[in-house]
Design a protein around this ligand. Structure first.
Ligand SMILES: Cc1ncc(COP(=O)(O)O)c(C=O)c1O
Length: 493
C-alpha cells in the first residue's frame, strides 16, 4: 500500500479522524471567498443587513443558544411555544391583528405561502380541481405551492404601466373552483402594492379567502408609513383579507429561516396544520412543512426584533426610504436607464428606454463591486434589474449611482441585447428532458457558462440574454438541468 493510499479517506468528504474547529472555519472562509458579500450595501438582493453589529451579535448568540432545541415537539420544548407566541404576536400587532390573531412561524416566505394555499385548498374538500387566482407579478412561490398541492394557478395580467394587479381581471378570472385570491404588498419584481382593498372586497363578496403576500413588505411598510411614506392599507385591517405572510428574514433583518403566516381565524390555521397517526411511531402534528427543525431561526428572529425595537426598525425604514428616493432621482440623470412603475416600498426595478443591454450592465456593475439582480422579461413585462434597498444602502447610494452611470456608459455602444440565434433555435428544438447531465454540461460553454470555475461564471450576460430569448417553459428546463449539473461533482469541477 502506498502512503497516499493509506491516507486517502475511506469515505470521500468525511475525514478518517476528526479535524479542529480552526481548520474547519478556515475551510469555510476559503469557500466563502467566492460568495457575494452578505454585509454592507453592495449586494442589492438576497441579503438584509441592519448594519448594527450588536443586533447581529444578539441574533447569532440567540440562534446558537437554541440550536439543538427541536421544534418537532412543543410539549417537550415549551420555549419554542413561548418564543413563537411573542414573535407572531408582535407581527400581528403591527399588521392589523392583535394578540388573539392566529399565526405560524415558518422557515421563509415560500413555506408561509405553501401553507396559506394548503389552508385555502383544504377549506374546500368538495373541489377536485381547485384554483388559485394571482396577478402575473405574484411571487413564484404561488406557482410552486400550486404545483406541490395540486392547485391550478390562474395568472391574470397586471396594469402594463403601473405593474399593479388589475382587480377587474382578477374578478373575471375567478370561478366556482377558486379557493384563494392573492395580492402582493409589495410585489418583489417591481416593488408596487396591489389594490389590496379592491381585490379582497371582491373575494369577500364571493366568499373566497384572500391572501396578502407581504413577505417582503410586511415588516417594512409599517415603518415607512411611520416615516411619512404614503402606504395604502394592505394588512389584516382590510376587510376580506384572510391571511398574510411576512418574512422576518427580509426587512425584519433576522437570520434566514424566519417568516410569519397570519390568519384571520383559527379555523384557517387549523387547515394549515398537518397530523398523522397512521404509523407506529410518535404521533406527528406539525404546523409547518418541516417536522424536526432547530429553534435557532425562531430565537434569531426573536432576538433581532428585541434588539432593534420599534425605534431601530423605524430608523432603518427611514434610511432605506431616503436611499430609495435618491436612487429614483439619480437614475433619471442616467441616459437610457429608467425606473419601472412608481415603487411603493424600497425595491426598485431598473428598466431601459433606450434598449440598453441590461444584462451586460449588471455584469459591468458587478465588476465594479455592486451586485444587481437580473429579472427576465415575461408575459409582456420587460426585463429589468432589481435593487432591494435596505437600512444600510443610504451610505453607499452615491457610489451605486456612479457605478450605474459608468456601467451604462460602458454598455451603451453594445446596443440592445443580442441573444445567440443559433443556440436559441437549437434549445427550442432539443428535448432537454432526454439529455443526460454530461451532455447538457457539454452544451453549456456555447452559452458562456463554465461549470469548472469555482468562482462561478464571471459574466452572466450571455446566459441571461439566452434565457430571456427562450419561452419560460424552456427556461425552467434549462434552469433545472443547470442545477442538476452544478450539483453533480464529476461535472461541477
Ligand atoms: C413578495 C415575496 N413573496 C415571497 C417570497 C419568497 O420568500 P422566500 O425566499 O423566503 O421563500 C419573496 C422573496 O423574495 C418575496 O419577495
Amino acid at each position: 500500500m502506498t502512503d497516499s493510499a493509506s491516507t486517502a479517506p475511506a469515505h470521500p468528504g468525511l475525514p478518517a479522524t476528526g479535524r479542529s474547529t480552526a481548520e474547519l472555519l478556515a475551510d469555510l472562509a476559503a469557500l466563502r471567498a467566492a460568495d457575494l458579500p452578505t454585509r454592507g450595501r453592495r449586494t442589492t438582493a438576497y441579503v438584509y443587513d441592519s448594519g448594527r453589529p450588536e443586533v447581529r451579535a444578539a441574533a447569532e448568540q440567540a440562534y446558537l443558544a437554541m440550536l439543538e432545541v427541536n421544534g418537532l415537539d412543543p410539549t417537550a420544548f415549551p420555549s419554542v411555544v413561548a418564543l413563537e407566541r411573542q414573535v407572531v404576536g408582535a407581527t400581528a400587532a403591527r399588521l392589523g391583528g392583535d394578540d388573539a390573531t392566529p399565526g405560524i412561524f415558518t422557515s421563509g416566505g415560500t413555506e408561509s405561502i405553501i401553507l396559506a394555499v394548503k389552508a385555502a385548498r383544504d377549506a374546500r374538500p368538495d373541489l377536485t380541481d381547485p384554483e388559485l387566482v394571482i396577478p402575473a407579478t405574484a411571487h413564484a412561490a404561488f406557482h410552486k405551492a400550486g404545483a406541490y398541492l395540486g392547485v391550478r394557478v390562474v395568472s391574470t395580467p397586471v396594469d402594463p404601466a403601473t405593474f399593479r394587479a388589475d382587480p377587474d381581471a382578477m374578478a373575471a378570472a375567478r370561478t366556482d373552483r377558486t379557493v384563494l385570491v392573492v395580492a402582493s404588498a409589495p410585489s418583489y419584481a417591481h416593488g408596487v402594492i396591489d389594490p389590496v382593498a379592491e381585490i379582497a372586497a371582491d373575494a369577500a363578496r364571493r366568499g373566497i379567502p384572500c391572501h396578502v403576500d407581504a413577505c417582503v413588505g410586511g415588516w417594512l411598510l409599517p415603518w415607512l408609513a411611520d416615516a411619512g411614506a404614503p402606504v395604502p392599507a394592505f394588512d389584516l385591517s382590510v376587510p376580506g383579507v384572510t391571511s398574510l405572510s411576512c418574512d422576518l428574514h427580509k426587512f425584519g433583518y433576522a437570520p434566514k429561516g424566519a417568516s410569519v403566516l397570519l390568519f384571520r381565524d383559527e379555523a384557517m390555521r387549523l387547515r394549515a396544520y398537518y397530523a398523522c397517526a397512521v404509523w407506529p411511531g410518535y404521533t406527528v402534528v406539525n404546523p409547518t412543512v418541516q417536522s424536526s427543525k432547530g429553534a435557532g431561526p425562531l430565537a434569531g428572529a426573536w432576538a433581532t426584533m428585541q434588539a432593534l425595537g420599534e425605534d431601530g426598525y423605524r430608523e432603518l425604514g427611514r434610511a432605506a426610504l431616503a436611499a430609495t428616493a435618491r436612487v429614483i432621482e439619480g437614475v433619471k440623470a442616467i441616459e437610457g436607464l429608467t425606473v419601472l412603475g412608481s415603487p411603493d416600498a424600497t425595491l426598485v426595478a431598473l428598466g431601459t428606454d433606450a434598449d440598453l443591454d441590461l444584462f451586460a450592465l449588471a455584469d459591468e456593475s458587478r465588476a465594479r463591486g455592486f451586485f444587481l439582480q437580473p429579472q427576465l422579461s415575461v408575459d409582456g413585462l420587460p426585463a429589468n434589474l432589481h435593487l432591494t434597498l435596505t437600512g444600510v444602502s443610504a451610505e453607499g447610494v452615491e457610489d451605486l449611482l456612479a457605478v450605474l452611470a459608468e456601467s451604462a456608459d460602458a454598455v451603451r455602444p453594445l446596443g440592445p441585447p443580442r441573444p445567440p440565434a443559433d443556440i436559441v433555435a437549437l434549445l427550442e428544438q432539443v428535448d432537454l428532458t432526454e439529455l443526460d447531465n454530461a451532455t447538457f454540461a457539454a452544451l453549456l460553454p456555447a452559452a458562456g457558462i463554465d461549470l469548472s470555475s469555482a468562482d462561478g461564471p464571471a459574466r452572466m450576460a450571455p446566459v441571461n440574454r439566452l434565457l430571456d430569448a427562450l419561452p419560460p417553459a424552456v427556461r425552467e428546463l434549462i434552469a433545472t438541468r443547470f442545477l442538476s449539473a452544478l450539483y453533480s461533482p464529476h461535472l461541477g469541477g
